[in-house]
Design a protein around this ligand. Structure first.
Ligand code: FEO
Length: 404
């Protein structure tokens, strides 16, 4: 698609990526794709805000050159150094060596580490401004969104906030870039939640700090222009509120619902899971069910973040927890998703061991263990009552437990 006007003299010149299977080499985007959003401000001075991944340089440069002569570019604003936003930097630097890079101190170090670029780099101070003519940029360092190098850039008087990873989401842009043009905003909100749970979640306190910083700086925000996903011009507050809510989920202030993850080798734990799910549903509590062995954790993590309840139904495997469950637990621990109400069940045949491993991770994450049950060998008729009650018990607990 051609470049797209965001406001007068400001154009989106980013690129869709529909060919990368794994974002960051691990999060699936084969079906959804992703956009790398870049913006050119064509005032008396020109400023390029963020760039694209190296694999998408060609369409990016075509769009950029349709708006301005790259060789005469004045400034390059780097809000975040991760190569999905800076892979094109060496190409632009070669075409426009005179363009001064504006970034944080950490970003300057990273740009040098990644690309060997150290000349003509200006390290910004907190709140520093840069006049482009009719417009002024204000730089607000906001570390850990999602690396220590990150900052937000505000443009007045149009009140556009360029946020890079913050307020971004997965999902390529299907011919339009704005929230008000989307007939399925829920899809983009869900992909933003998946992006948040996969990429930003561990840095939730930084999200809260950044939102507070923008508020305290008394900067009006009419448009949120992130580095991935939709540009929010009709309702920027929608994505700000979403991110604030998801950062609260991280702190345990999550919703009354259960993430029921299970895996089953020969169907016994699987049958037990159906009974547990029935017990939860009987209490009117929403339940999201995932087969661990067949669902990438990228799609499970949003539910783990959203729901206060988490139930693992997995068998013992070689005296430990079923390996796909160990993998998910490890990622939940890395994301530091704490303060959940938890339960576990599953089959064993001789030694057991799954529940011990689950309990160790649950304790580390300060999860409130509501109930644990194991059964030996096959799932039998006399197992049904306790499995049903396990589901009802955690559901009832969620309905009555006070919020964090
Ligand atoms: Fe989209 Fe942290 O890079």
């Amino acid at each position: 698609m051609p470049s797209i006007e965001v406001t007068p003299d400001v154009h989106w010149v980013g690129a869709n990526d529909r060919m990368t299977d794994l974002f960051e080499g691990m999060w699936p985007i084969t079906r959804e794709g992703v956009s790398y959003n870049s913006y050119i401000i064509n005032d008396e001075k020109t400023a390029l805000v963020d760039l694209v991944k190296a694999t998408r340089v060609a369409p990016f440069l075509r769009r950029l050159e349709s708006i301005t002569d790259v060789h005469k570019l004045d400034y390059i604003i780097i809000n975040h150094t991760e190569p999905d936003h800076t892979g094109a930097l060496p190409f632009v630097r070669e075409m426009a060596p005179q363009a001064t890079i504006f970034c944080t101190k950490k970003a300057a170090e990273m740009i040098n580490n990644f690309y060997g670029i150290s000349e003509n780099v200006h390290v910004i101070s907190d709140g520093e401004t840069l006049s482009l003519g009719k417009r002024t940029l204000t730089f607000l360092p906001a570390p850990l969104l999602h690396w220590p190098d990150t900052m937000l850039t505000h443009m007045s008087p149009d009140n556009v906030l360029f946020t890079c990873d913050a307020f971004g989401g997965f999902g390529a842009l299907p011919g339009y870039i704005f929230d008000d043009q989307s007939p399925d905003l829920n899809y983009y909100k869900q992909e933003a939640l998946r992006y948040f749970a996969n990429i930003v979640c561990r840095f939730s306190p930084a999200v809260k700090k950044a939102i507070k910083k923008v508020t305290e700086a008394n900067l009006d925000v009419s448009i949120i222009a992130p580095g991935h996903g939709l540009v929010w011009r009709q309702s920027p507050q929608t994505i700000i509120d979403c991110y604030a809510k998801w950062a609260d989920y991280f702190n345990g202030d999550s919703e009354c619902g259960v993430t029921l993850v299970y895996a089953s080798m020969y169907g016994n734990t699987g049958r037990c899971m159906e009974t547990v799910a029935q017990g939860i549903a009987t209490e009117g509590v929403p339940v999201d069910v995932f087969d661990l062995a067949r669902t990438h954790m990228s799609y499970i993590l949003p539910a783990v973040l959203k729901n206060k309840g988490i139930v693992f139904g997995v068998p013992t495997y070689e005296a430990g927890i079923f390996p796909p469950a160990a993998h998910l637990l490890d990622m939940i621990a890395r994301k530091n998703i704490r303060h959940r109400d938890a339960a576990a069940f599953g089959s064993f045949l001789w030694s057991g061991g799954a529940q011990k491993e689950f309990k160790a991770v649950a304790e580390k994450l300060a999860w409130n263990m509501i109930e644990m049950q194991e059964f030996q060998g096959g799932y039998k008729v006399n197992d049904v009552p306790w499995a049903y009650e396990l589901g009802r018990t955690i559901a009832r607990h969620l309905k009555t437990a006070p919020a964090n």
